[in-house]
Design a protein around this ligand. Structure first.
Ligand code: B12
Length: 166
């Protein structure tokens, strides 16, 4: 089993810059749970980002299309029904297959399997497949996720950008 519950791919973190932007919050096609997405939306908004919440049971192609249209600063995939590991592997393949999304940070978290926490091997498989970080279900996951978001290149806050444009 994993000793640390957060697993960040090497080289993902970037030094703080000056701008903030858009985060896509989503789940996978099999998952109908919703409050996890609401929770993440509120958390990410608190961190200063605009959130596009795609809601439950998101087909792979809907996610890919939304990301291609908006090229977000981060994609957050949450799954709690126990199929997240399997679904995640399929979804990350589809996202990474799009040239324009090849380097967009994508993370996954929640209750990803049916046997409790993911093993180190299972987490390694997700990272090798292309996820930048895996936040396996644990009391520390939210804090670690917030710290991860803090390492992203910073873009103008949605509100600041609106004020400038107006
Ligand atoms: C409500 C609920 C449902 C409702 C969902 C309604 C809705 N519209 O959302 C209904 C009845 C539809 C449902 C169905 C099912 N459910 Co259900 N459900 C729950 C329940 C009771 C609460 C979930 C919830 O809303 N929690 C509140 C939110 C805010 O918290 P959360 O989801 O736990 O997310 C937290 C963390 O996981 C974490 N997190 C989540 N994602 C991410 C991502 C990142 C990046 C990070 C950092 C953190 C993070 O942050 C959140 C806040 O701490 C849980 C049990 C429980 N007490 O948790 C089971 C539970 C999630 N369900 C479960 C199961 C098995 C199912 C079904 C398969 C049951 C069945 N046989 O049909 C189906 C699956 C349906 C589907 N297609 O997905 C299991 C999953 C087991 C597993 N993963 O091993 C659970 C854990 C119950 C259990 N103990 O067995 N469910």
């Amino acid at each position: 089993m994993s000793a640390g519950l957060t697993h960040v791919a090497p080289g993902t973190a970037s030094p703080a810059g000056a701008r903030r932007g858009t985060v896509v919050v989503t789940t996978v096609a099999s998952d109908s749970h919703t409050w996890n997405l609401v929770f993440l939306q509120l958390l990410v908004e608190e961190l200063g980002y605009e959130v596009m919440n795609l809601g439950p049971c998101v087909p792979d192609q809907v996610l890919v299309d939304a990301c291609r249209e908006n090229v977000p600063d981060l994609v957050v995939i949450s799954s709690v029904n126990g199929h997240g590991h399997q679904d995640g592997l399929r979804v990350i393949d589809a996202l990474r297959a799009c040239g324009e999304l090849a380097s967009v940070p994508v993370v996954i978290g929640g209750k990803l399997g049916v046997a409790g926490q993911q093993s180190d091997a299972a987490i390694g498989e997700l990272i090798s497949a292309g996820f930048d970080a895996v936040f396996d279900d644990a009391s520390t996951a939210t804090g670690e996720f917030s710290r991860f978001v803090g390492t992203l290149p910073r873009v103008t806050r949605a509100l600041e950008r609106t004020e400038v444009v107006a």
